[in-house]
Design a protein around this ligand. Sequence first.
Ligand code: GLC
Length: 425
Amino acid sequence: MNTLPKEEAARAILARNDRGGYTVPTDRLYPFQWNWDSAFVAMGFAVFDVARAYRELERLVEGQWDDGMIPHIVFHAPSDTYFPGPDVWGTRHRVPTSGITQPPVFGMALRHVHEAALASGTAGAAERTTVLFQAALRSHRWWLSARDPDGLGLVSILHPWESGSDNSPAWDQALARVPTTTTTAIRRKDTGHVDASMRPRDEDYQRFIHLVDTYRDCGWDPARQWAAAPFKVADVQMTAILARATADLIYLAESLGTDDEKAELARMHARLCDGLAGRWRPALSRFVDLDLIAGRDIEEPTQAAFIPLVALELDAAQRDAATAEIERWLDGMVVGVPSTPAFSPAFEPKRYWRGPVWAVVNWLICDGLRLNGAEDLARRIERTTVRAIENAGFCEYFDPTTGEGLGGDTFSWTAAAYMVLGRRT
Ligand code: GLC
């Protein structure tokens, strides 16, 4: 098997962040199991230890709610280095969890791990994949019923943290309508681990917690939350990941599913792809989110604009426009794709989701570029990402203008991205 210059260091990070079958994103700053982090991490483990890759997904599913939702955090073991903890969420699942979700990369990871299991002849693969396939299917059903009750073909987030791009400028206007009052006392822990200039502002935190208070008061019931939500955005990044994960479940269903499941997944997939296709804006050369409360497009440029490539095959004109737009965002950057482009007034190259580059975002964008035949651009982005990691370390994210590593260090999903993207360059 190929090895990379920092292969051993990458594996050591996953080992160091292993807490017994699940991996924390990084020590102290994020001391529990996070949903989409674990999906990427499972794909990283699949490079060298397929059984451990399955375990990561199985432990995440321990947090799955009876209604199908897979929460954004599973609090397997207590830690006092993170806020808000289980007492603030006040959920009632058998394992303590948060009450919101995160991008469903799970289905993509499951196919990836399953294929790695077949390639390596791992014992028990079909049984393990089948159990996880059923969990994924339940979670996709939850997405469509809880987060697209009006059948738009787009799923919505009710909290910026669900997007995975917590502090993105895409949420600014919608979040500004959320009150800053909270019934929970705010005790920020993040700024004790990372410089405050890289993290969200206090006022944003008050709004984040106001939303948690609101949904807890709804008893975490999806219909009540949908009705009460002061923040509701139909997100193209989330919808694209769900659509792609659905395609991956369709692939798995060919060998592991029933005819009814295949038909149900095909209907889901068509609905999501139709909804997503309608979010392309030719004048902007990208896809845009929809603020359901204001009834308006969200035109702030962010990386979410290109994630639909992972799910849709664009026509030639769209593909050329989207790749030219990505090239424009890369212009003058040491490493791209920036989470907010330098030409945007909101661009801050060091602040959370307002400019920095995330390796896992590039992973998704590059998969989308490949699916759409833009191999050269994908390789260029992958190469600069791998180089940034080799130069700066396994940081949480990178300043696109300098390549400097920022946020938490020894990050699990950056290690996973390194091993997977590094093998392609
Ligand atoms: C932050 C990121 C989110 C990630 C989490 C753990 O909250 O915005 O995407 O899942 O950290 O790494």
